[in-house]
Structures are given as C-alpha cells and as structure tokens.
Design a protein. Structure first.
Length: 195
C-alpha cells in the first residue's frame, strides 16, 4: 500500500517570513513541494501565476466557490485567498510532502479537513515592532493599511496556540528557523527518503 503524503501548513501574519522559510526549506530538500493557494490579489513584481499563487479574477474566484472547489477561503487585507480541495487531497493521495503558506483561519479549516495528514506551524517574529519594521522594509504597506495589518497580526498571534508548532522567525536568524522547521518535518522526510 502506498504511503500517504503530508501537508505542512505555514501559518502567520503577513511579513512573518513564511515565504522565505519555504524557499529555504525547498533549497535544502527537493522532497517538499510547494502548493500555492488561489487569490484575487494582483501579482507583485516578479511573481508568476502558479508559482507563488494562482492569480484569478473575482469572477473566477466566485465560480470556484460555486463549484465547491475551494476547501476554504478568507478575506485577507481586502483580497480573497482560498485553498484548492483537489490540490491538497491529490498531494496526500500521491504520497507527496506538500507545503503552503496560509492565514490562520484557513489553516484551521485545512487542519480540520486533514487532521492526520497535516501539521500546522505558526510562524511569527519575536514582536509586533519587528513585524512593523519588516512590513515597512517590504514597502507595500503605509498608514491605515499598516494599522489594519498589525491589528490582524495581533488577532492571528493570539490564535498561535491552536497550531501544532510555533516557530519564531527573526531577521538574521533564518538558518536557525529553517533548521527548526526541518526538525519538525523530519519524521515525514525520513519516511519519504525510505520509499
């Protein structure tokens, strides 16, 4: 009987470093496949459809909802983000190790749908001041938008204990955070290598 795959759900506020951690882990182990979520937000410079996200129009997103193709979806910072039911179920059925970046409410929904086949990992900086600094450095938030993002971050951080693991990811300590993430994943990585 083929071994089932496993999903690693990186959950955390915008600017917590989830994408950077995913890139670091994937450089270390090609066994991990990134599974993009779907969003209505426009691509940022350098982003490609199907690589960071599946970028769709609001109308296409509505159709995905109507057809029941999204396991969950959320409004985040004025845009919609959703998880493909089929992409996650297929990864598990095919024995793949899948990783995705997801908001806290979406992560709870995916964990509930795949309780034995997923590990939720909350990624956060050590403080809201550090998060603010990162968002400013990234250059995509100012004024009211910054306040909204930090307010949401507080809500998300308050729910971190609902995740299986909590990972502190501070600037200058990426290697340590990635090392810890790989240790969390290690039992599944070992099984995949033994196949």
């Amino acid at each position: 009987m083929a071994k089932r795959g496993h999903l690693f759900l990186l959950i955390g506020p915008s600017g917590s470093g989830k994408t950077t951690l995913i890139q670091e882990v994937r450089q270390r182990t090609p066994l991990v496949r990134f599974i993009p979520t779907t969003t209505t937000r426009p691509p940022r410079p350098g982003e490609e459809n199907g690589r960071e996200y599946y970028f769709v129009s609001a109308q296409e997103f509505d159709q995905l909802i109507q057809r029941g193709e999204l396991l969950e979806w959320q409004w985040v910072h004025g845009q919609r983000y959703g998880t493909s039911r089929r992409r996650f179920a297929d990864a598990i059925a095919q024995g793949l190790l899948g990783m995705t970046s997801i908001d806290v409410l979406g992560g709870v929904a995916v964990k509930a749908a795949f309780p034995l086949d997923s590990t939720s990992i909350f990624v956060r900086p050590s403080s809201l001041d550090e998060l603010r600094r990162r968002l400013v450095a990234r250059g995509d938030t100012v004024g009211e938008d910054m306040d909204r993002r930090l307010g949401r971050a507080e809500m998300e951080i308050a729910q971190a204990s609902a995740c299986d693991e909590v990972l502190i990811n501070d600037d200058g300590r990426l290697v340590e955070a990635a090392d810890r993430l790989v240790r969390i994943m290690d039992p599944w990585l070992q099984q995949a290598e033994d196949r």
